[in-house]
Design a protein around this ligand. Structure first.
Ligand SMILES: [Zn+2]
Length: 123
């Protein structure tokens, strides 16, 4: 039997804490309820929009959730982020899989690092 993993996942930088997180929702901006509240209180989303506009990105192209994905891409795969900037035709559908793999590498690395610590503690 073949099981196909077809759920769509998004990797983003959290607007509240600047850490990477993944979500199945296309519009999720924060990693947790605590960060969502923080962002609401400190007006960070609004300021962030201002920064993007000042960076010269056309207003009609601003999608905050998508921009947080590109920010994650910039962190994990700067080579692909450069391509996004340079090539109009290089769409998210083309780089999301690579971003997801790069994200998973980081997750696996973190898990393995934790395991190494556990082994050290046990010794
Ligand atoms: Zn967060």
């Amino acid at each position: 039997m073949t099981v196909t993993y077809s759920r769509k996942r998004y990797v983003r930088v959290c607007l509240g804490c600047d850490l990477l997180f993944d979500s199945q929702r296309g519009d999720q901006l924060t990693c947790s309820a605590a960060c969502r509240v923080r962002v609401h209180r400190n007006g960070r989303a609004r300021r962030w929009f201002g920064d993007v506009l000042r960076a010269g990105i056309p207003k009609e192209e601003i999608d905050l959730a998508f921009s947080l994905e590109v920010k994650a891409l910039r962190l994990l795969r700067p080579d692909l982020a450069d391509r996004v900037r340079a090539e109009r035709g290089f769409t998210a559908e083309q780089w999301r899989g690579d971003l997801w793999r790069a994200y998973w590498d980081v997750v696996i690395e973190a898990v393995e690092a934790d395991q190494a610590l556990l082994v050290e503690d046990a010794a």
